[in-house]
Design a protein around this ligand. Structure first.
Ligand code: XIL
Length: 361
């Protein structure tokens, strides 16, 4: 029996399937089911101080997430002052808000190659450099002791192309692995119960980088670094071949550690490369659905103890750093699971299908 409702609904449902292919014809779809109810592990998203002033953002976060990653308030660019002073006022704003909402917090990030060099500058004597490095990690991790579910202790240690490790102000003074081991030991001492992660990007997109990273984790653990978990940022290139994502998750899982999908987004816009982008909106949507579905299926298939959490870098499309003028300025992109109204983007259904085992049916 085909009811009037189901006949009417079918075209509307099809139209809603790909809002991006037929802009302007989307029906008033409803708000998506809370992601924390859909995803079989803690679901997180980033928040920054400005977003916490936006009631619609706060409402969406409280509807969808179990966990928050401060987008930049816990980075040296915001906490470290000239002369090694510290200012945690912005970090406290986000961490206190999360605590008041009974949300877990994931700290990002204690030591990162791309920050701190203006204070930890090259003509600093080694003794001062080392003393202040230790002090910063101890003070920052210690300040939030007992309030951080986990920390990205070191962010992005591997060279861009995956060939070896990054050269940076930390490695030049403390050694290419030395600074990493030191940071993890200090973080463990400062917050013994936090889950400590080594975090990196392009691990799925560039298999050589993923392999280098996993070898590094094993080497560092052999050196005594108390690394508890693997953070894969998963800023996905949706044009990569099928299999790279599931291959990396499989290889990462073989280390037996908790894995955090720590910064998931999946932009439609091609990032450089110089080639004209001839893909249709429907082809871009199909790529997003395929790659996010591959990630979700591989990740949800892990044992529960290895599913630390899935975090998107932004909650709704307009929350994404990729849309901002100071970053990629991809103003009309849809790189996340929810649109501006909190409606499900097509990749959302891929996550639901993976979570409910309907994928591939
Ligand atoms: C980005 C933030 O989203 C921006 O607000 C900030 O200006 C720059 O950093 N990988 C990371 C994150 O580990 O810290 C970056 O976050 C995105 C890439």
């Amino acid at each position: 029996m085909i009811s009037r409702r189901s006949v009417l609904a079918t075209p509307l449902a099809l139209a809603a399937c790909d809002r991006f292919a037929q802009a302007g014809t989307a029906p008033p779809a409803t708000e998506a089911t809370p992601l924390k109810d859909v995803i079989p592990c803690p679901f997180g998203a980033t928040a920054n101080s400005a977003q916490l002033e936006d009631a619609a953002f706060v409402t969406a976060m409280l509807r969808h997430v179990d966990q928050v990653t401060p987008e930049w308030e816990l980075k040296m660019e915001r906490t470290l002052q000239a002369g090694f002073g510290t200012d945690f006022s912005a970090a406290d704003r986000v961490v206190d808000w999360a605590r008041d909402q009974d949300l877990a917090v994931h700290g990002h990030t204690l030591i990162w190659y791309s920050q701190g060099a203006e204070v930890f500058h090259d003509d600093l004597d080694r003794r001062t450099f080392t003393r202040e490095f230790d002090r910063y990690v101890r003070e920052t991790a210690g300040r939030y002791c007992g309030r951080m579910r986990g920390w990205d202790v070191v962010n992005e240690p591997v060279a861009e192309d995956g060939e070896g490790l990054r050269d940076c102000h930390w490695s030049r003074v403390l050694g290419v692995e030395g600074y990493i081991v030191r940071a993890f030991e200090l973080a463990r001492e400062a917050d013994p119960d936090a889950v400590l992660f080594l975090n990196e990007y392009n691990l799925e997109n560039i298999p050589a980088k993923g392999a280098t990273f996993l070898k590094l984790v094993e080497k560092l653990k052999g050196m005594g670094a108390p690394i508890d978990g693997i953070g894969t940022q998963s800023h996905l290139n949706i044009e990569i071949p099928a299999g790279r994502i599931s291959g990396f998750i499989r290889d990462a899982a073989s280390l037996g550690l908790p894995i955090h999908v720590s910064e998931l987004d999946f932009p439609r816009t091609r990032d450089g490369g110089g080639m004209p982008d001839l893909r249709t909106p429907a082809q871009k949507t199909a790529q997003q659905v395929a790659r996010v579905g591959e990630l979700a299926e591989a990740y949800f298939a892990l044992p529960e103890r290895q599913r630390y959490g899935l975090t998107t870098w932004g909650l709704r499309d307009p929350d994404s750093w990729l849309l901002r003028p100071e970053h990629k300025n991809w103003a009309d992109d849809h790189p996340l699971l929810l649109d501006v109204e909190g409606r499900a983007n097509p990749a959302y259904q891929a996550v639901v299908d993976a979570a409910t085992g309907r994928a591939g049916s």
